[in-house]
Design a protein around this ligand. Structure first.
Ligand code: ZN
Length: 334
């Protein structure tokens, strides 16, 4: 090749071979729309984890282990003040007569509510009690959230609790009591819903998300595949997406709980990268105020909901995703 053609070949490659075409400014290329309800069966159960790519600065705010009477109220006030939407992964045993109105407020303010099990059982998948027990731990929180949403007063919440759980309000179920009683409690709940005019399988609250306590058996070194399979089967039975996280605020690191700068630095780092951020309702008040102020005032950050993050991943809502999975399972079973 002569020198003349070599120069032209290099110029041709420079113009046409660039990852971004030089005429992109004139006619921007649109990203292809995701295939409707696409789900990779090799992924295990549907859900979101650190393996899912988020754009830099795009964050989902999640708060675990509530509701707590004063901490969750303060947090809801601050989220309202900044116009931020979050997801609360609720622990069922904390849904009580002094917190049921906080559940109502989460729903009416447009926050998402997920289940973080009834008793925050860190041995959820390690007791060897199988899929049924795991399902019961997640389902009891859903029942309690729905009782909270149905109650028109503290007295009514107490009455609903007594009727459905067949216990004194506030009495806590042990893991073995959850295992033995959850199906009967669910049955009582469905009877109550039927009396209130709900159709079969219609729920008070369309809960779509679950998070295992401590992230076990996904976070850390839990090599037992059976634990994950049982966990995913339980969530599949309930139609819930498994939600882990990309970054933590560090508000459970003993010895650093009073270190506001440490918490803020963690949040700054993880929000800049983008993804699901894990915090707790009970984070110290001044640190929480700083964190939310920073998130709300940073023009490079965009707070999105879990529902929209799931929809971006799967090409449809969580509800449609599970309806599609159920339909294909029914076809396969024929
Ligand atoms: Zn937790």
């Amino acid at each position: 090749m002569t020198r003349f053609w070599r120069v032209w070949a290099v110029l041709f490659w420079c113009v046409l071979g660039r990852a971004e075409p030089v005429w992109a400014d004139a006619a921007p290329l649109e990203a292809p729309a995701p295939k409707a309800c696409s789900f990779d069966a090799g992924e295990g159960a549907p859900g979101l984890s650190r393996r899912d790519a988020f754009a830099a600065g795009e964050v989902v705010l999640t708060f675990d282990d509530g509701p707590q009477p004063s901490a969750t109220k303060r947090l809801l006030d601050q989220l309202d003040h900044h116009g931020l939407k979050a997801t609360f992964f609720v622990v069922g045993l904390w849904v009580r007569e002094d917190t049921y109105q906080l559940i109502q407020r989460m729903a009416s303010s447009g926050h998402e509510i997920g289940t973080h099990t009834y008793g925050h059982d860190l041995r959820l998948t390690r007791r060897g009690w199988g899929v049924d027990y795991i399902e019961g731990q997640y389902e009891l929180t859903r029942v309690l959230v729905e009782l909270a949403l149905l109650a028109g007063s503290r007295d009514e919440f107490r009455a609903l609790y007594r009727r459905v759980l067949e216990r004194k309000p506030g009495a806590i179920l042990s893991p073995s009591q959850v295992r033995a009683r959850w199906r009967a409690i669910q049955r009582n709940h469905f009877e109550l819903l039927a009396e209130r005019g709900f159709d079969q399988e219609q729920r008070v609250y369309p809960m779509r998300f679950a998070r295992p306590p401590g992230g076990i058996p996904y976070e850390g070194h839990w090599p037992v595949r059976k634990m994950r399979e049982e966990h995913e089967q339980a969530l599949g039975n309930l139609g819930l997406l498994n939600v882990l996280w990309h970054g933590v605020s560090g508000d459970t690191v003993l010895g650093r709980l009073d270190d506001s700068e440490f918490l803020l630095a963690n949040v700054r780092y993880h929000t800049r990268r983008g993804g699901i951020l894990l915090m707790h309702d009970r984070m110290r008040a001044d640190a929480m105020a700083d964190v939310l102020e920073r998130i709300a005032s940073d023009p490079k950050l965009r707070v999105v909901t879990l529902e929209s993050a799931a929809a971006a991943k799967y090409g449809c809502s969580a509800r449609e995703l599970y309806a599609g999975l159920r339909a294909s399972a029914a076809v396969a079973a024929r």
